[in-house]
Design a protein around this ligand. Structure first.
Ligand SMILES: Cc1ncc(COP(=O)(O)O)c(C=O)c1O
Length: 473
């Protein structure tokens, strides 16, 4: 039999097995070598069969892990409609934002609301050992004030990491902060004045809306398209019509969509902002958490430090509680450093020293690979559960990285009502209207998929699905 026929027959058989559920979503497929051996075919034929199924969207390759059956193709959420491209800048007017604190303060919920990886996915024991070592070795330094800019060894480490993805950063343009959120707030405070106009995505992380509200800014919203990210042409349109001081954007795995903005859009976006004298504040918190392929470029790749300030942190890859983040200021570094030191003097010393110790002793890249794989698996398993247990017509965006799932419910289900019903059952979720300036997305929800798939999560997802069905009609 010709090689062509062989691979087609194999692909046919596997396609039918996937369609009939014999091979289940998320299941790992035999390695190419094993497939070749079992089926008595050449490696090239096995590769061709898998490539065919990949093209059809039935299976996916995960780097250094193997081939997996994809979740049943679900409908992507309808793209936000054109009305979401703002006509006029508006102050943040979403009263629901004030309620987020109540949910964040609860420790008794199944945490589908918190965009954080489960402790089991993070190197908690190794970090604890690093903290102990630092305290034994040099308690005086660890418990004292440190320099406002942050420890040089840590800044060098951050610069090196960007260097590995082709972006040259000088450690002297980095300022260490208490997480990305402080970096973003300080940058807004440095580059804007109350009443200025800023561009945000819609939907976007509610914390960014809160930071913008705290600074008394007015917002223009640009749609983030499910699966596609930010459209530079639409940003350009807003820049033409309004005097925009800053654009606060999450191009790599936006929270809540998990979408990735293309390199072409990133480049065009930076160029458009540069041409209009608009400062780009890049929130690159999820850049290291791609489910497949390379770490995507930060916007700073397309700038020389003149127009872009990049903010990031170790919250999602190592430990949110250490509260260590950074801003990369380019030509604004001195101003940013001044704002930082006038605000909190310096970031806590002990977590910075513990991280330096951790990096000297551990292979962080290995831990990251494990985390990315786990998050990709979680996202797939959660999506499948939504497909199985939530009302017909529920749409879920397919994230390319990060740890959030954006859900569009059928029109007769109110996101806030579902959020409240779930809360009564001890399950944390977030209603969609927290993710826009004007409280749009009243039929949406955001879930975190940071918790490993287990019985508790499965039960929680099934329960919320049943509650959603109960709210219909
Ligand atoms: C997009 C985005 N930016 C910033 C933050 C806050 O990060 P950090 O813990 O580093 O302050 C979050 C947290 O969920 C987020 O999703």
């Amino acid at each position: 039999m010709s090689q062509d026929l062989l691979y087609e027959r194999l692909a046919d058989r596997m396609r039918r097995q996937i369609q009939r559920g014999v091979l289940r979503a998320g299941e790992r497929l035999p390695s190419l070598r094993r497939l070749g051996r079992d089926q008595r075919i050449s490696l090239a034929t096995a590769v061709e069969a898998y490539q065919q199924l990949e093209r059809e969207g039935l299976i996916e390759a995960r780097p250094r892990s193997g081939y997996y059956v994809r979740s049943a193709p679900m409908q992507a959420p309808r793209s936000p409609r054109a009305r979401h491209l703002s006509r006029a800048p508006m102050p943040v007017r979403n009263p629901a934002l004030l309620g987020v604190l109540d949910v964040q303060s609860r420790r008794d919920l199944v945490p589908l609301h918190a965009a954080t990886p489960a402790a089991a996915l993070l190197p908690s024991a190794a970090l604890a050992a690093s903290i102990t070592r630092v305290m034994r070795r040099d308690p005086g330094t660890a418990l004292g004030y440190t320099v406002p800019q942050g420890l040089p060894e840590l800044r060098e480490r951050i610069a090196q990491r960007y260097g590995q993805c082709g972006v040259e950063i000088d450690p002297d343009e980095i300022v260490i902060t208490a997480g990305a959120m402080e970096a973003i707030s300080l940058t807004l405070r440095t580059v804007t004045r109350p009443g200025d106009i800023v561009i945000l995505e819609t939907p976007t992380y509610h914390g960014l809306l809160q930071a913008v509200a705290a600074q008394g800014l007015r917002v223009l919203e640009v749609p983030n398209r499910p699966g596609l990210g930010i459209d530079a042409a639409q940003v350009g349109e807003l820049l033409e019509r309004h005097a925009v001081r800053a654009a606060l954007l999450v191009p790599n795995f936006n929270n809540p969509l998990g979408s990735l903005t293309s390199d072409a859009d990133k480049r065009a976006l930076v160029a458009a902002c540069a041409a209009h004298g608009t400062v780009v504040i890049e929130d690159d918190l999820y850049g290291e958490l791609a489910y497949s392929g390379e770490r995507p470029s930060p916007l700073r790749r397309y700038d020389d430090g003149e127009h872009v300030v990049t903010c990031g942190s170790y919250s999602k890859m190592l430990a949110p509680g250490l509260r260590v983040g950074w801003m990369i200021g380019g030509r604004r570094t001195t101003e940013l450093l001044r704002t930082k030191s006038f605000s909190t003097v310096a970031t806590a010393t002990l977590p910075q020293m513990a991280l330096i110790e951790h990096f000297a002793r551990h292979d962080v890249e290995r831990g990251l690979r494990r985390l990315r794989r786990a998050l990709a698996d979680n996202a797939q398993a959660y999506r499948q559960a939504l497909l199985d247990h939530w009302p017909d017509g529920t749409c879920v965006a397919e994230p390319a990285g990060g740890m959030t799932l954006w859900i569009e419910l059928p029109d007769d289900i109110d996101g806030q009502a579902l959020f409240e019903a779930a809360l009564e059952r001890g399950i944390g979720t977030l209603p969609g209207h927290l993710f826009s300036n004007r409280g749009d997305y009243s039929h949406h929800m955001r879930l975190s998929c940071g918790q490993p798939w287990d019985r508790k999560i499965e039960t929680a997802l099934r329960t919320v699905g049943e509650l959603a069905k109960g709210l219909q009609g």
